[in-house]
Design a protein around this ligand. Structure first.
Ligand code: FEO
Length: 167
């Protein structure tokens, strides 16, 4: 494996691990405030990011590289509102997308078409996750401070996600 690419993929392991920890923290935040639907949504997102991370670990090791498991700093848990929670979700996904785009850019520079091909799965995944994050944030903007709106958002969020995945 090209050393520069191996380094970038190892950094990507850390970004996926960070997202997984962040979403677990967000799930716990929601759980303690009665937003059980939102909590389930983020528990699931946290699992998905863990899957993204493990896929990278296995890929690096299978390609004669060495995956390195990083230390992760404590994720945020000081959210003031559902809106802030979902703004953080979108920012996190946009950050990961930018990093994936950078890996792809470097793959093209270094003509590493195997890794370039592997990373296409992440590109598709990011497109979907960013779309979900934006849609949920748009819904929250419409709801504003309406408490019954928050109740319905929490009740319906996972139904909505199933619809997104099935599209
Ligand atoms: Fe795997 Fe959504 O970052």
């Amino acid at each position: 494996m090209i050393p520069e690419i191996e380094k970038l993929l190892n950094e990507q392991i850390k970004y996926e691990a960070k997202a997984s920890a962040q979403y677990l923290s967000m799930a716990s935040w929601a759980d303690t405030r009665g937003y059980n639907g939102v909590a389930d949504f983020f528990y699931k997102q946290s699992e998905e990011e863990r899957v993204h991370m493990i896929k990278l670990v296995k890929f690096i090791n299978e390609r004669s590289g060495t995956a390195s498991i990083p230390a992760i700093e404590k994720p945020r848990d000081d959210f003031k509102s559902l809106m802030e929670l979902f703004e953080t979700f979108l920012k996190s996904e946009e950050f990961v997308t930018a990093k994936i785009n950078n890996v792809i850019y470097e793959c093209l520079q270094l003509k590493d078409y195997n890794v370039h091909n592997f990373m296409q799965w992440y590109v598709a995944e990011q497109l979907e996750e960013e779309a979900v994050a934006r849609t949920l944030l748009d819904k929250l903007k419409i709801i504003g401070d309406d408490k019954s709106g928050h109740y319905l958002f929490d009740r319906d969020i996972n139904t909505f996600q199933v619809a997104e995945e099935g599209k």
